[in-house]
Design a protein around this ligand. Sequence first.
Ligand code: NAD
Ligand code: MG
Length: 384
Amino acid sequence: MKQKIALLGSTGSIGCQTLDIVRRRPEEFEVTTLTAENRWEKLAEQAKEFKPDSVVIANEKHYKALSEALSNEPIKVYAGAAALEQVVAGGEVDTVVNALVGYAGMLPSLAAVKASKRLALANKESLVVAGNLIMSEAAKRNLPILPIDSEHSAIFQCLAGEVSAPRRVIVTASGGPFLRTPAEKLDKVTVAEALAHPNWSMGAKITIDSSTLVNKGFEVIEAHWLFGLRPDQIDVLVHPQSIVHSMVEFDDGAIKAQLGTPDMHLPIQYALRFPERGELGEDRLDFLKHPTLTFEPVDGERFPLLATAYDCLRRGGNSCCVMNGSNEEAVAAFLAGRIKYTDIARVIIGALERVDFVANPTVEDYAATNEASRQIARQIIAKC
Ligand code: NAD
Ligand code: MG
């Protein structure tokens, strides 16, 4: 039986790389649903190649164009955010690959878990916003959540076969394009400079998040939920070569690491084929081409948002949701040239001071918090 995959965000960076894996193993995988937000032409092209049962275009204004492009195909065409939650729950779906970006991924993740689907998760924002809800729904059904994020895949791979709990994990960070940029130059960095990640090619939002280390902060929160670790059991080390994807330390002092070239195909395939591995056909790591692997601490002065993420995790409640929503607004404003790079931190810290704290948020509280955080972020942005 082929594994039937609903792929959310198929036109993005992770989405396209997931389709590379499916394309190489047609005897193993079949795509039942493909979705995109705006790029309907690309979605139509993917649908003609992979012949899913349905496609969803989240932005309803492209529904007509997409329907016309697929009028000769036996493919159902849906539009709107609610349709994402419906297609993941469909009876024919085995695995949901969530490669959406941002808050938009959270409700589809929750819907997938509630429908007892295997969730292969790239959308870290799902766990940043509502990790408690998603993990408790998964635990009720004894469902694993298969990480696609490379650091979490590395930790997951290091834990496979172990019966002892880890003492701590070390999440590695490339340090991004501004690793060596002096503090006084950060307020002048351009969008193009922030988008030029040294090692990884990714969507725009995560590339900016990598440069501010918000991405690393979100990965700390993600590790907390995925692996049940306290904040003090999760350390971050800058490793500019991006070869060691993360490490796990045990009580006896043993440290296991997963190494490889910086390429998301491996974690995507591992999540889809877990617990089996298989030929991948990508570049292999040659140690002699990378004879020096280095590690250094994060400079908290220049990258204050990593500590902000730890604070939010410790505070709990809706704090991480506030950080996420205000970050999304700030990153969009920076990408549109409306605020300076260093304003991103000001917007997030301002929103965290002003949005009401909710100790035990429900899904409705998260939606309200997300809205409030974005609104306050927009007010701060308008004054920047
Ligand atoms: P991307 O911007 O390249 O793609 C995002 C996809 O989501 C696109 O298909 C887009 O159409 C869709 N989308 C965006 N907003 C949407 C909305 N509001 N409603 C519905 N669909 C929407 O992003 P990406 O780089 O592929 O990242 C996807 C997720 O994976 C993010 O959460 C990111 O943090 C995580 N991730 C990415 C990488 C990477 O290498 N790209 C690595 C680790 C984790
Ligand atoms: Mg990562």
